[in-house]
Design a protein around this ligand. Sequence first.
Ligand code: AMP
Length: 480
Amino acid sequence: MHEKCGVVGISLEDRDAARPLYYSLYALQHRGQESAGIVTHDGFQQYSHVEMGLVGDAFDPGDLEALNGSNGIGHVRYPTAGSVNACCAQPFSVSFKSGSLGLSHNGNLVNADEIGDELADLGHAFTSDGDTEVIAHDLARNLLEEDLVRAVKRTMNRIHGSYSLTIMHDETVLGVRDPQGNRPLCIGELEDGYVLASESAAIDTLDGELIRDVKPGELVVLHADGTGYDTYQLVEPENTAHCFFEHVYFARPDSTIDENLVYEVRRELGRKLWEESGVESDVVLPVPDSGRAFASGYAEAAQDDGSDIEFAEGLMKNRYVGRTFIMPTQDERERAVRLKLNPIKSTIEGKSVTIIDDSIVRGTTSTQLIKLLKDAGAEEVHVRIGAPPIVAPCYMGIDMASRDELIAGNQSVDEIREEIEADSLSYLSIDAIAETLETSRTDLCLGCVTGEYPYDIEGEATDRDVARPDIGTQSSPADD
Ligand code: AMP
């Protein structure tokens, strides 16, 4: 089970937390569209509302009014193809001898089965096969013997993998980020309280101020009266393993993650894409929406270099079509690209065109788009991608399809160019990403672009001691 989600936690002085939680889940909707949920506590008891569907559909005004208390957590869950699964909707709640727990989790544990088996032998009964429930039970068990901070530390020492958590222990809201900081989590200040959220855009939505990122290995405990918070560095990380793909695709461009504004990162990656593999053409088109910031950086760098390449919004997106990526069949995914994107003929006809997207996964979008642009009269279509080739699955919380579905899984860049019928194809290098994020490769999780992971995953290599050959980032020009 992979949990790819958005989490939030709020403590307020003297106001119900349900509405601000609801608004912040709206701000995090892009991180999960399968289910949405809120758990609150009013000092006496826990209240919970968790439902399948988008945030706007999962709650009606009555549901929010019934969620009492000025402390609470929320969650949006990301779907994977074919797994519409009500039992995995969150926040996950458990009651135990000395209180109640609610948990929202973004990430994926690599040793959940092992801990789950041990807890089951001790008599814990599980209602799902999700790793969030394993964390909840482990923490509940530790809370029977230890105070809150020590109990969290014990759980952190036991669970391995990626996790950004917001937790409610009775009415106290906590935030925990795994020692490698794989998934984002930040803390912000509101006029009358504090908020923890996967992305700072959720804090902005509440008119709050971002204070900072929660540090890898850190626990943040919000005061239940909304007046402050305490922090504890429970695990000292040697290396981080921040997910670079949050910056490339997953996070909102208006969020700041690990001190970088995502929009500016994408623009800089676009600039570097021009520097590494710029190609002269009449016009540059972003693939909306994800390619937009990359394309504006790319076009700006080209123009700075004296190129008279034109930047145009030549592809229109139908905003009412949902995500094509998770559609179960290839046929449906292909049809959906056509439903979703339509070219503006006047910007394309008779021209050589460069399209810029953040990533190629299965290759469906680029293949369909190139056909579309050629049908609309483009003379040449060049493709530039703001990330390296995706060669391996993600085990840490992002749905990347299985290895044999990935177009770069077993093919060179040249072979991919041929398959998608582009006139040229180049990807961005890993170094450009590390440079832009001002970090070293060893502090990033690059599993999906190297096939080497910063965690021990059965059957996979770890990047802490193995080096694999690179497939490169650029194709040779198309033969006509
Ligand atoms: P594909 O059509 O399979 O090559 O997927 C690439 C397109 O999907 C690009 O336009 C990306 O913006 C988008 N994309 C990349 N990764 C993901 C993901 N994990 N989930 C959903 N969409 C994605």
